[in-house]
Design a protein around this ligand. Structure first.
Ligand code: NAG
Ligand code: NAG
Ligand code: NAG
Length: 210
């Protein structure tokens, strides 16, 4: 009887995984974008990154739209609450400025890189808040959200972040700040890496700053 009830309520639960994953992936893409423009400005494999940039911009835009209003084809649920919606709308308004800065770099104007880097931090923070809210909704809806998975995704983001920071150090935008951030990312990456290997029992600290 109890078993039956548990199965029935599980079946009723909404499928949240693609939505939560999409929100996490947006943070990776955002980090990848700033890395790409930093490498374009540095002239490191510039053609390759110039080719990747418009695709990543498009993915980010489509997914942001899907997260705001939902997309049945991708199994992405639209903002489930006003709070999630307000975070995503804030991302949208940063994005409008951000993408101009990115496009400018591809046309040889890299004066906006520092500003783009700052916006990356704001966008990622908002996406993290949206992601946490979505996770809370999923849990309230009776789902289990696998932490190891989220942690593995964060590692991917940190790789892009370290590359972006290394490129920014090389560009000399703000050597003190960028070098310090790079070392912080490296430490976080290592700690999470060992955590993943150990089974991530402490992964509850995931929200700490990233
Ligand atoms: C949903 O996503 C698919 C695949 O990315 C896309 O082709 C389609 O246009 C989207 N639908 C809406 C209504 O945005
Ligand atoms: C980006 O490019 C546009 C058009 O060339 C220009 O008006 C704008 O000032 C540039 N913005 C920044 C921050 O570089
Ligand atoms: C560089 O970053 C540091 C630390 O964030 C900040 O205190 C300093 O004002 C920045 N320097 C410039 C020239 O922006």
């Amino acid at each position: 009887m109890w078993r039956f009830l548990a199965v029935a309520s599980h079946a009723l639960a909404v499928e949240w995984t693609p939505t939560i994953l999409a929100a996490s992936e947006q943070r990776i893409i955002c980090q990848k974008l700033v890395k790409e423009v930093a490498l374009i400005a540095l002239g490191v494999e510039a053609e390759k990154h110039k080719a990747a940039l418009p695709k990543d911009i498009q993915v980010f835009e489509e997914t942001l739209h899907a997260l705001l209003v939902g997309n049945a084809t991708r199994n992405i649920l639209g903002s489930p609450s006003e709070l999630v919606k307000s975070k995503l709308e804030a991302v949208q308004s940063h994005w409008e400025v951000y993408q101009v800065l990115l496009q400018n770099v591809t046309t040889g104007d890299s004066t906006g890189i520092s500003q783009a880097y700052k916006l990356t931090a704001s966008i990622k923070q908002l996406l993290l808040e949206a992601s946490d809210l979505l996770t809370a909704e999923a849990v309230a809806d009776g789902n289990e959200v696998p932490m190891e998975f989220t942690l593995a995704e964060r590692q991917l983001m940190l790789i892009h972040e370290m590359q972006a920071e290394a490129a920014l150090v090389a560009l000399g935008t703000n050597v003190t700040r960028d070098l310090e951030k790079m070392l912080q990312s490296k430490q976080l990456f290592q700690e999470s890496h060992y955590g993943l290997l150990r089974g991530a029992e402490w992964a509850g600290g995931l929200g700490a700053g990233k």
